[in-house]
Design a protein around this ligand. Structure first.
Ligand code: WTA
Length: 638
């Protein structure tokens, strides 16, 4: 059954689509976009230059993405589940929310936002756990035309404050707390700490979930439930979706770069909608009524694109899981798949590796026969994990899609299409239609041969190209479009094999990928340097069996505290407080000096070798100011 006219159903059709998308991008994407609901059609499909950069898709068109995610499904999918929610505690009841119910809840909460002063273009920060109300709040922001900025529940008060200030967000939606495995995270109290330095925040809406005690500040904080009751009392009026320009911002999502300050990546309404839907339907080969289980958190781009917008705009059933893969035991994912007869599982290599470590016990006696497609995202997947996933979860019957993309790209750029284009262990393989990857050498020359490694760039815009970094367009230009003129530079390295298949080798900049989370080394260094006794620090990554990369910090410490293990604990606590627990260093080595060039630049290459344990192969140290420091560092390696 062909339910999506733009769903690619053969290898030949893939090549045809790709060629057409390159020869005639406007014709290609105009056709795809014609299957969506627009309030007003576009005047021009695409206008762009990467020098400014300026990228405009579907100019002149008007829409509201929630009409595509909700209203247009009411005719034929009103009673189909839109969201299945599985709570952290398996003893608690799951929730099924149909498209009709989700529509009603989003409409209701749109009124709540409006009643609390939220207007089109306002920035609204969402700091919640993985509950349906997060998706409802996201969609309600989109319906009223506010720009949402979701912050992952693991970030600290300081990180939240930085983001609130950068976005000048006047509104916050949060919960009393969130459950994650055995933990109960007091979200509202973290928000209260953040708001000490954010007096511009005028309203905090708090949803009751964990029943953790919270302090509600008069005039600023209101309960979600009370506000919803007011709308009910008013007879639950309809809420016509705000008219948005295709290029109006839909959301800001902060992500780490090589500098210390996270960047607010901005995506816009039209192109993002078309591309996340197109890639969802094609990469996973979604079929009507299938259940799609993406295990990411909505606080990251994967959750935005493949839990919320991609699936819902395609009328799919999306499964939202509050907990973690190992609670109450390492069989949790498999229980969920068995319980709901999940068809598509989309998860991260780090989750697969951590579950592998528990052996096959937790997989046995679980009926996984409903699975049709498996996916991975977030970091390179090693062959061992790929094979384990293929054999023990897919039972050799489910294509694995290895999807490479980024917060900045909005949707998947390189991936096989499940069961349609070939897969190859540890390869993301071929570009999506509309995507033209190329490899460059250090000097900026394109490498056209195969069986080569290079820096991965993209030649022309796809519909969900990032448009800017919030409040600082030049930062967007210098970060992504200035390294190689007229190209988008991904920050990743890649290998291209004899078939033209791409294998992502990892970041080539100072960004770490720890358990699929992007963390800038400079960010961690800044946090470590906040500790009173720290003089200077340098942070590098090293290979870690489960996390992919671990964080290794070299720290010059001059404090008076004698006990080294206590110093390490204090530094770790500082990083947790400044960024959040996800950025805690795995190893901290106290050193008396760092390897620097005569001009004072830290030679990270050397530190990376030490962290990786390549002690015999340190390389040239003759240009160092004090080569002796290297020997000391090698001796003290952890
Ligand atoms: C890495 C997540 C290898 C890559 C969607 C990229 C991957 C960064 C893959 C973006 C993959 C993502 N294979 N590496 N399939 N997918 N990456 O912004 O280094 O959180 O630049 O977006 O993750 O991380 P982000």
């Amino acid at each position: 059954m062909m339910s999506y006219p733009y769903q690619i159903n053969s290898l030949e059709a893939y090549h045809k689509a790709w060629n057409k998308s390159v020869d005639d991008p406007e014709g290609f994407w105009g056709e795809v976009a014609s299957h969506f609901h627009w309030k007003k059609p576009w005047e021009k499909v695409l206008e762009w230059n990467f020098r400014e950069p300026s990228v405009k898709w579907f100019q002149g068109a008007e829409l509201n993405i929630t009409e595509n995610c909700l209203d247009r499904h009411l005719a034929d999918k009103a009673s189909q589940p839109a969201i299945i929610w599985e709570p952290n505690n398996p003893e608690e009841h799951h929730r099924l929310i149909t498209y009709a119910q989700l529509y009603a809840k989003v409409v209701q909460f749109s009124h709540v936002l409006k009643n609390n002063g939220v207007k089109k273009g306002d920035r609204v920060c969402l700091y919640m756990g993985m509950i349906p109300e997060l998706a409802i709040a996201v969609l309600a922001c989109a319906r009223v035309g506010a720009i949402h900025s979701v912050i992952f529940g693991g970030f600290s008060a300081q990180s939240i404050a930085d983001r609130l200030q950068d976005a000048q967000a006047g509104f916050i939606i949060t919960c009393d707390g969130a459950f994650r495995g055995a933990k109960d995270i007091p979200l509202k109290s973290v928000i209260d700490d953040a708001l000490v330095s954010c007096p511009f925040v005028q309203r905090v809406i708090v949803y009751t979930h964990t029943r953790t005690a919270v302090s509600m500040i008069k005039g600023r904080d209101v309960w979600w439930e009370d506000e919803v009751r007011k709308v009910e009392t008013a007879g639950n009026p309809d809420f016509p979706a705000e008219t948005m320009d295709a290029e109006d911002p839909l959301f800001i999502l902060y992500t780490s770069g090589s500098t210390g300050k996270p960047k607010g990546v901005v995506h816009t309404c039209g192109g993002y909608m078309v591309y996340t839907n197109y890639t969802f339907v094609n990469v996973f080969q979604y079929q009507p009524r299938e259940i799609h289980f993406c295990t990411a958190d909505i606080g990251w781009i994967t959750g935005h694109s493949y839990i919320v917008y991609g699936p819902l705009s395609a009328g799919a059933t999306t499964l939202l899981f509050e907990g973690i893969p190992t609670y109450p035991d390492a069989g949790r994912f498999w229980d969920i798949i068995d319980k709901f007869k999940v068809n598509i599982l989309y998860t991260a290599p780090t989750a697969i590796r951590s579950l592998m470590a528990f052996g096959l016990g937790p997989v046995q006696n679980k009926d996984l026969s409903s699975l049709r497609v498996l996916g991975t995202v977030g970091e390179p997947i090693n062959e061992e994990a790929w094979n384990w996933y293929n054999e023990n979860i897919g039972k050799g019957n489910c294509p694995i899609v290895d999807t490479w993309w980024q917060t900045e790209t909005g949707g998947v750029l390189i991936s096989n299409l499940a069961g349609i284009t070939p897969s190859k262990a540890s390869y993301a393989t071929l570009p999506m239609p509309g995507v033209q990857p190329l490899l460059l050498d250090e000097k900026g020359n394109e490498i056209t041969a195969n069986n080569v490694t290079g820096n991965l760039c993209i030649r022309a815009p796809w519909p969900s190209t990032l448009r800017t970094t919030y409040g600082d367009h030049d930062r967007c230009r210098t970060n992504y479009f200035a390294t190689y003129p007229d190209l988008y530079f991904t920050g990743d390295g890649a290998y291209r094999d004899e078939n033209g298949f791409y294998r992502i080798t990892g970041r080539v900049d100072d960004v770490l990928n720890v358990s699929g989370h992007r963390i800038g080394t400079a960010e961690v260094e800044n946090a470590i340097n906040m500790h009173a006794g720290v003089v200077e620090s340098a942070v590098v990554g090293y290979p870690h069996d489960v996390k992919g990369q671990g964080i290794y910090a070299f720290v010059i410490y001059s404090g008076t505290h004698g006990d080294e293990s206590m110093v390490r604990k204090d530094i770790t606590a500082t990083v947790s407080r400044i960024i959040g627990p996800i950025a805690k260093p795995d190893k901290i080595q106290l050193v008396s000096g760092l390897p620097k060039t005569r001009s004072g630049k830290i030679m990270r290459r050397i530190l990376r070798k030490v962290a990786e344990g390549e002690l015999e192969n340190i390389g040239d140290t003759s240009t160092l100011l004090d080569p002796g420091v290297v020997q000391e560092i090698i001796k003290g390696k952890i």
